[in-house]
Design a protein around this ligand. Structure first.
Ligand SMILES: [Zn+2]
Length: 42
């Protein structure tokens, strides 16, 4: 059974950075809860 990961991600609401609240567009790293900027700080 093939899971369409892209379809799964499309159905997700837009993720927001837990640090600054900025919308996270990079969805390839689904475990990331902060934007690229904040993730570098941490
Ligand atoms: Zn951020």
């Amino acid at each position: 059974m093939l899971i369409k990961m892209t379809e799964f991600l499309k159905n997700l609401p837009s993720k927001k950075c837990t640090q600054c609240g900025k919308k996270i567009e990079e969805q390839h790293e689904s475990y990331v809860h902060t934007c690229d900027k904040c993730s570098k700080i941490n």
